[in-house]
Design a protein around this ligand. Structure first.
Ligand SMILES: [Ca+2]
Ligand SMILES: [Ca+2]
Ligand SMILES: [Ca+2]
Ligand SMILES: [Ca+2]
Length: 415
C-alpha cells in the first residue's frame, strides 16, 4: 500500500514539474517583444497601429547609429557617399540622419556605412504607414450604394447608424481581386446583369484555343476575364463580339454557339464549340454549370442566386447600381436549385465538387435542409484547406435542420 502511495506522490511531483516546464515555455512566449521596430523584412506586419513596408524608404537618407565617441564615418567610401549628417537625436545618443550624396548609389552607400568602423548599425529611413483601419474610409461612386445599409449604415432607412459591416473601412485595405473565385451554389446567376457581368468567372481551360490565341490579358492578372473582354482590343472576329446585343461582353455572348465553316471555327459566334475542351465531363462550361438541368447554362430563373451574388460582388465604383463587398471578384455560378427554389442534394454535392475542382476558395451556400451530414462530409474530404462556406442561419427552420454540413478542421463554416 505504501508503495502505491509513493508512486502516486512521485507521479504528482513529476506532473507538477511538467506543469512548471510548460509554464516556463508559455512565459517565454508572452515576454517576446512584438513592438520592436527593426530592419528585418518581418516588419511588414502591422506594429502598434502602423505598417512598415521594407521596400518603401527614402532614397536619399539613412539612419546611422555611430559608435560611442564617433559622429562621422571613418571610411573613405562612406565619407564620400555622405552629403550631410544631422545632429544626434537627444533620445538616441549617437543616432543621426545622414543625407546621401546625390551622385551616390543608395545601395552602395548603405553597404559603405554598414561596413564603416565608426558605425554600430545603419538602416534605411523607412516609410511608415497607418494601418487600413486608420486610413480614410473609401466610398464607391455607385449611385445606389446608400441603399445598402448593411455595408454602411448611416440611419438612411431609420436603423441604427454604425450597425453594419463597416465596408468603407475594409475597402481602404482591399476591394477584392480578380483572382479570387467565389462559387455561388444556388439558383444560378444572371451572368448578363449590368452590375455583375464583369465579375463572372470564366473557365480558363474551356476557352477555345482558336480564340484564346487572339486574346490579350489587359490588366495583367494572368487570366482572361470579362474585364479583359470588355476592352475593345479583345473584341471582333476571332475573339468575341456582343452577340446578344446588350452593349457589353457577358456570359450570354460566350455561351452562344461558335460559327464554323467546314467544321472549323470561322471566328464568328460565341465560344461554345460543342466540345469538352478541358475534359472535365461538362461540355462548354464556360461560366459555371447548371446541375439542375445538366447543361452549361447557369442562368438564374429564380432571382435568389443573383441577389446573393450582388452582395458578394456587384461591380463596385463603376458609377452604376450598387457595390458588392468585393468590387472585383470571380463569381462562379453553379445552379442546382430550380425555378421553384428546390433541388436535389446530389446536385448540390456535384456543384460543390465542381467548385473545389475548379479553384473556388469560397462558396456561398445560402440554403438549408434536413439532410444527412455524412453525405456532405464525404465529398469534402479532399478540398483545399482554404475552402470556406457561408451559410446564413434560418431562424424559421427546425432545430434538426442541418445548415452547416461540415464539421472539419480544414473547412470554416459561417452561419
Ligand atoms: Ca453581350
Ligand atoms: Ca468542360
Ligand atoms: Ca468547349
Ligand atoms: Ca456597381
Amino acid at each position: 500500500m505504501r508503495g502505491l502511495h509513493d508512486r502516486v506522490r512521485q507521479c504528482r511531483r513529476s506532473q507538477r514539474r511538467a506543469v512548471r516546464r510548460r509554464e516556463q515555455v508559455l512565459l517565454f512566449e508572452a515576454l517576446e517583444s512584438r513592438f520592436l521596430l527593426t530592419a528585418t523584412a518581418d516588419d511588414s506586419r502591422p506594429v502598434g497601429g502602423v505598417t512598415v513596408d521594407p521596400l518603401a524608404h527614402s532614397s536619399s537618407s539613412l539612419i546611422v547609429q555611430f559608435r560611442p565617441g564617433a559622429s562621422a564615418p571613418g571610411s573613405l567610401s562612406a565619407y564620400q557617399a555622405m552629403q550631410t549628417v544631422d545632429p544626434a537625436w537627444a533620445l538616441t545618443p549617437g543616432m543621426h540622419k545622414v543625407e546621401i550624396n546625390a551622385i551616390s548609389d543608395y545601395q552602395s552607400a548603405l553597404a559603405a556605412f554598414s561596413q564603416d568602423p565608426n558605425v554600430a548599425f545603419v538602416e534605411p529611413d523607412y516609410r511608415i504607414q497607418l494601418q487600413a483601419d486608420q486610413l480614410p474610409a473609401v466610398t464607391p461612386n455607385d449611385p445606389d450604394f446608400n441603399q445598402t445599409w448593411g455595408l454602411n449604415n448611416v440611419g438612411q432607412t431609420g436603423g441604427t447608424p454604425g450597425a453594419d459591416i463597416h465596408a468603407p473601412g475594409a475597402w481602404a485595405e482591399t476591394t477584392g481581386s480578380t483572382t479570387t473565385i467565389v462559387a455561388v451554389i444556388d439558383t444560378g446567376v444572371d451572368y448578363n446583369h449590368p452590375d455583375l457581368y464583369e465579375n463572372i468567372w470564366i473557365n480558363q481551360k474551356e476557352i477555345p484555343a482558336s480564340r484564346k490565341q487572339n486574346l490579350t490579358d489587359i490588366d495583367g492578372d494572368g487570366l482572361i476575364t470579362f474585364r479583359d473582354l470588355n476592352d475593345p482590343a479583345n473584341q471582333g472576329a476571332g475573339k468575341i463580339t456582343d452577340i446578344n446585343k446588350d452593349g457589353r461582353i457577358d456570359g450570354g455572348d460566350l455561351l452562344s454557339a461558335m460559327k464554323k465553316t467546314g467544321g472549323t471555327d470561322n471566328g464568328n459566334g460565341g465560344w461554345a464549340d460543342g466540345s469538352d475542351t478541358d475534359h472535365n465531363g461538362q461540355v462548354d462550361d464556360l461560366v459555371g454549370y447548371n446541375f439542375a438541368s445538366q447543361s452549361n447554362d447557369p442562368m438564374d430563373d429564380h432571382f435568389h442566386g443573383t441577389h446573393v451574388s450582388g452582395t458578394i460582388g456587384a461591380m463596385g465604383n463603376d458609377g452604376f447600381g450598387v457595390a458588392g463587398i468585393n468590387w472585383q471578384v470571380e463569381i462562379m455560378p453553379l445552379k442546382f436549385l430550380d425555378s421553384s427554389g428546390g433541388g436535389y442534394e446530389s446536385d448540390a454535392i456535384n456543384a460543390l465538387n465542381y467548385a473545389v475542382a475548379n479553384g473556388a476558395v469560397v462558396s456561398n451556400n445560402s440554403w438549408g435542409a434536413a439532410i444527412s451530414r455524412r453525405r456532405f462530409k464525404r465529398p469534402c474530404r479532399t478540398p483545399p484547406s482554404t475552402v470556406t462556406f457561408l451559410l446564413p442561419r434560418r431562424a424559421t427552420m427546425a432545430r434538426t435542420t442541418i445548415h452547416t454540413p461540415f464539421i472539419r478542421p480544414a473547412i470554416t463554416s459561417i452561419t
